[in-house]
Design a protein around this ligand. Structure first.
Ligand SMILES: Cc1ncc(COP(=O)(O)O)c(C=O)c1O
Length: 586
């Protein structure tokens, strides 16, 4: 095997520390420079104030005693962290994180030193600007217009998804209020399900008419806005005033949804019933025909459709939904809020056929269609190689972002400030600066970040080939949209229960503190993945004595997993390990 790295890949090696801390000296000196600058910044300001801690203080026994306590406890903490999950290692391929990029780490540390709270310019003079610039880079990456779109950093994908629900709900409440308020004025009958998806242009006409005819139009509008009055009050007023009935709003989400959507349904007070699941096809992607049926069903049962979610990079299998088909289906049903949960797969938008020639047309079209959605979640702390916590929520149009703002009397806000619009209050600038550094150094383009991700995609393909050499046959879930690889080891005709027991035993062995490789596991069932489960179990002629399949799940993100220069070739070594574990598990 050729031991050399391609010249164009050598530059990528500067972005990561390396499994043996190969770039330690450069990183250490960069951190040290950051510290020196920070010290000098403080020392250079108000020199005339004089020192508060003297060398004599520092030499005193009390001072020395306290300092020793901190030194000892820090050493203890540092030692304890040596038991932490070694996520940096090419032997780690469990969940959606890996080695963190050095530029990201440096950005994180730089921000940590200045500790900006991006709630407002008052507490983050520079932080809010960096956030603006980082958001602009991410808007461009997914194809939203940087002048029309906006967004902000969150603590992660869960909160970013909540941000979408808040806005979809707010917009729907406003549009329905407009319809009801005008009908009240006109003595006509509103159609709340149609009003829920009426679109800004039509809504603006409603507001124009309202404002021309009623000087108190704003309070009339507010009295019909269920965000202010509560949904039950709105529904009973519709019934009392117009004899119109309406049922609770629905959120249409694919069966492979992340569990944050269920949290959202409960948190925002509509209950689990709000969330209607859309079936998946045999490849685990959203079934757009069923989405259509769900929209019709909602209409027939007086449920306004609050939003539709599609996913780029599903949590379990890494699948990308047919986002373009979802967008065109929605266009026929009015202006339904379309959110793309690209918490994992947002950065895949940097892939093109130039850097990843094996990319399917379908995947390319799906990723390109993210730009047609209303809003998106992207987690730099997943495929962006940024340290925790860094999630992002973005909208394609500012109008959908600034639907409501709540200001605090003790904070002075100015132009760039997002504080009044975000669900979270204080927000750290670390994820912002880390993502900004990744964008500025690696570049959120095919030739920059795209090449790192293309390596991951190749790693997946290569591991598939290696798995085909195992003695115990490996059966891979055939979803090639991303670098998530899920499989089982099974002999022809083995019942599912036997295979599941084996997979659990293998995973147990591969999650020990001293295990040579670390993977994760997930379970797919007939209720959510019926067509896929059927097809997958059929691939080894399994008898389906249980109705779920336990899978070994790997997120192949480590940039050195395919290294040709290490003494070990990880894909081969992994297959050797998994094969012997499968054999010994029976
Ligand atoms: C598709 C998807 N959405 C949302 C999330 C939630 O992200 P976080 O854990 O950062 O809150 C995840 C996490 O894995 C995810 O895979």
């Amino acid at each position: 095997m050729e031991k050399k790295c391609k010249p164009e890949d050598i530059g990528l090696k500067s972005f990561f520390l390396g499994p043996q801390s190969e770039n330690a000296i450069w990183f250490q000196s960069s951190v040290s420079q950051l510290l020196v600058r920070w010290f000098e910044w403080r020392q250079g300001r108000q020199v005339e104030d004089g020192r508060a801690i003297s060398p004599k203080d520092q030499a005193s026994p009390e001072f020395q005693k306290q300092r020793k306590i901190t030194t000892d406890i820090l050493a203890d903490l540092s030692k304890r962290f040596e038991e932490e999950v070694p996520k940096y290692s090419p032997r780690y391929a469990g969940h959606m994180f890996s080695e963190v990029a050095l530029p990201a780490m440096l950005g994180h540390i730089a921000a940590l030193l200045h500790n900006p709270n991006t709630i407002s310019g008052e507490s983050a003079r520079v932080g809010v600007q960096i956030e603006n610039e980082a958001i602009e880079e991410l808007l461009k990456m997914i194809g939203y217009s940087p002048s029309e779109g906006t967004g902000h950093f969150t603590s992660g994908g869960t909160v970013a998804n909540f941000e979408a629900v808040v806005r979809a709900r707010g917009r729907m409440a406003l549009w329905m209020a407009g319809g009801a308020a005008l009908a009240e004025l006109n003595g006509s009958i509103p159609d709340p399900c149609r009003d829920a998806v009426v679109g800004w242009q039509a809504f603006d006409r409603v507001i124009l008419e309202l404002s021309q005819r009623d000087p108190a139009w704003e309070s009339r509008l507010d009295s019909w806005n269920f965000e202010k009055t509560g949904f039950h009050h709105f529904a009973s007023c519709l019934n009392d005033v117009f004899g119109v009935s309406i049922d609770h709003p629905v959120m249409l989400v694919p069966s492979h949804k992340h569990y944050s959507w269920q949290k959202a349904a409960r948190l925002f007070g509509f209950g689990d019933e709000t969330m209607k699941l859309i079936h998946l096809d045999a490849r685990g992607r959203m079934d757009v025909g069923h989405l259509n049926a769900r929209i019709q069903q909602a209409k027939n049962h007086d449920h306004p459709v609050m939003m539709v979610v599609s996913v780029s990079g599903t949590t379990e299998l890494g699948v990308v939904d047919p986002i373009g088909d979802v967008a065109s289906t929605l266009r026929q049903a009015g202006f339904i809020w379309h959110h793309v949960d690209a918490a994992y797969g947002g950065f895949l938008a940097t892939l093109t056929k130039d850097v990843y020639p094996e990319m399917s047309d379908e995947l390319q079209a799906g990723l390109a269609s993210i730009s047609a959605s209303d809003s998106v979640t992207i987690d730099p702390h997943k495929l962006g190689y940024v340290p925790y916590s860094a999630g992002v929520f973005m909208v394609a149009q500012k109008r959908n972002y600034c639907l409501r703002s709540i200001e605090a009397p003790y904070i002075q806000y100015s132009g760039l400030d997002r504080g009044p619009m975000t669900l979270e209050g204080s927000r750290s600038g670390t994820g912002v600066a880390a993502t900004w550094m990744v964008a500025k150094t690696m570049g959120l383009t095919p030739n920059g970040f795209g090449r790192v991700l293309a390596r991951n995609m190749h790693a997946r393909r290569l591991l598939e080939q290696e798995l085909s050499k195992a003695k115990m046959p490996a059966h891979i879930v055939q979803t090639t949209d991303s670098n998530v690889l899920c499989f089982v080891m099974a002999r022809e005709g083995e019942p599912l229960s036997v295979v599941n027991t084996r997979t659990k035993a293998m995973h147990e062995k591969l999650s020990q503190p001293d295990s040579r490789f670390i993977v994760s596991t997930t379970t797919i069932d007939w209720q959510h993945y019926g067509a896929l489960c059927e097809r997958f179990a059929g691939s080894w002629g399994a008898s389906c004595d249980v109705h779920e399949i336990v899978l070994i799940r790997m997120c192949l993100m480590n940039p050195f997993f395919m290294s040709k220069e290490t003494a070990i070739f990880y894909p081969e070594a992994f297959v050797h390990e998994i094969d012997s574990l499968a054999m010994s598990a029976g």
